[in-house]
Design a protein around this ligand. Sequence first.
Ligand code: BGC
Length: 756
Amino acid sequence: MSDKNNKLIPMKNKTIFLMTAFIFIAVCSCKKDTSSSNTETELIQAHQAKEFDSSKFDVKIDSLVAQLTLEEKIGMLHGNSMFSTGGVKRLGIPELKMADGPLGVREEISRDSWATAGWDNDFATYYPASGALAATWNTEMAYTFGNSVGQELRARDKDMLLSPAINIVRTPLGGRTYEYMTEDPFLNKKIAVPLVVGLQDNDVMACVKHFAANNQETNRDIYDVQMDERTLREIYLPAFKATVTEAHAYAIMGAYNKFRGEYLCENDYMLNKVLRDEWGFKGVVVSDWAAVHSTVKSLENGLDIEMGTPKPFNEFFLADKLILAAKEGEISETEIDTHVKRILRVLFQVKAMGGQDRVKGSIATEAHYQDAYKIAAEAIVLLKNDNNALPLQLDGVKSIAVIGNNATKKNALGGFGAGVKTKREVTPLEGLKNRLPESIKINYAEGYLERYDDKKKGKLGDITLNGPLTIDQLDPAKLQEAIEAAKNSDMAIVFAGSNRDYETEASDRRNLKLPFGQEELIKRVLEVNPRTIVVIIAGAPFDIQDIGKKTDALVWSWFNGSEGGNALADVLLGTVNPSGKLPWTMPKKLEDSPAHATHSFPGDESVTYSEGILVGYRWFDTKNIEPLYPFGYGLSYTNFEFSDLKTDKEAYNATDVIEVTFTLKNSGAMDGKEVTQLYISDPESHVEKAAQELKGFKKVFVKSGASENVTILLPAKELAYYNEVNKEWLVEPGTYNIKIGNSSRAIKAEVSITIN
Ligand code: BGC
């Protein structure tokens, strides 16, 4: 265990404890918390999201600013290398050092180009992608994730992690779906908040990205998002807001695109009015890489730090041009001081300055690999399991065919954008080899080739325009090899899906089809060996409808981190009972998804979010469209029964907290965890509302045959909608239905309450 973890356990005082407990109240308030080990629960509850203590450093900061020259100040406002801003040695101001990103701490990049720095001490833990983390539906896992990565960031002597990425999954085609968490704003914030808290516990800054309404890669440098204010507030902003107001994130990254006509790195409304004035953000706004378009305007409209590539650093908008603008009186030095002070404040806050004792961290340790394992194991989603195909029954099994390029494909690196250089990435094939008895022979066949139409253009797509173009014809020899392997084995597992060259930043996918001829491969393997199951490794929805009909078992894994292969093998063999749930809706066809049904993706220079608040399952449920697999869906090897749903009262005021209780019984033969989900609907509303909305969840461990009493606290204010006229959140009086279930389409019990 790390030094930092040990430091976390003591509670500072009772008040802090109560405040903190409140942050995690909806998920950690069970009378008897069985969702994971008590130590972890205590760890979270004992933790305080550190607030800015601005007054503490103000005198020092003022004195430093008074000693800085204009050039030194402006040097702090822009990149002086690919991933750092300028420091001022003579005054003890260090560079602010950053690293990407959502999969773990990115390898060291050269100071002035994207080339690797070629270090041999920057190997890191590859953590499950954010989609996987969200699929755990476990806030403690989110804390673990943040804390573990934070340790690694410190071991690399960095100050800021360019993470988490929390844009809403608006279209299943989004190239960064795997990097984002979910289509749902409530799940999004409940995972993002503990992640940021855990990360910042290590004297580092989270840089929450990409603020905001950045939901497609196509044309990302130019498109201008239009949406109504209510949609913005209810869908696209809640997680950003929560990371600022609850987790006190120290940094936010402005997005590439425009919002209502203004680039997001110079958007007065979003950066000054919403982020700072309304939410009280005290940290720094960092631009996405090369996302800045002006000098005076971007600074005045809320940007603090310009980062990017590829021009010389002094040619950045906030470099020589800003010095000139200041000298010519186009911008005041007081304005520049405001931004410099913000940077100094966060540097002090994370103890990068002032000789404070700072977390040292550790990297790629066995403990961190085990963190990655725990998350991976809880992220895997069991989509189908007919005839008890899983867990694999090995009695009498002498051989297993393992088929598919994805059985050996590694995803820590790949595609465009941030990956992780790691010494450990257990592939699915290696996981099976690690976990299967030696007596069972594995017959591996690659099955399909990962091939792109045109290596240069096709592989990464025309940047920000078209996703990679794949070659979908099977190679006859590879197919034959796979058929032989399947024929000659007692059972077969096909590993299909995608990879991080295909799902990648900077382009959206062209369609939902499984690439590289995988569907044909699966069909042909099933013909010769009906005892075939399919595992999909991917970060975003695919059309797996036909496959789902043909195979008995379908498992969804992710770009699932260093230990992904071991976690998967443990699920397939039943050592781990699957408990992941989809964090987004898997549509039957693309046109069923709201952005596509309303023909509002990808747009060209302007994109209007015509579906409004009906994003994800909100659309499917309101319009009565059957999804392939619904939001929140995932099977277990055991069965759960819900009963005795109650609320502590029948009527509440808008400021009350509704205590929802029910019994969860594990009526199957295996211990397991269930994600209990609380949805609300408001049948009497005077305004348009989605058929139902997630407003609470709790992951609960129940032993086989046992029952647990579960409590979910639902603050009545969660029932509010955003009233555009009054510019405020409003809880309408009237009757609301509270529904409990284990997916958005598996509601097990319902109860009504009244808001006075
Ligand atoms: C991405 C960011 C990333 C930055 C630095 C940009 O292309 O959008 O998420 O942090 O590059 O690598």
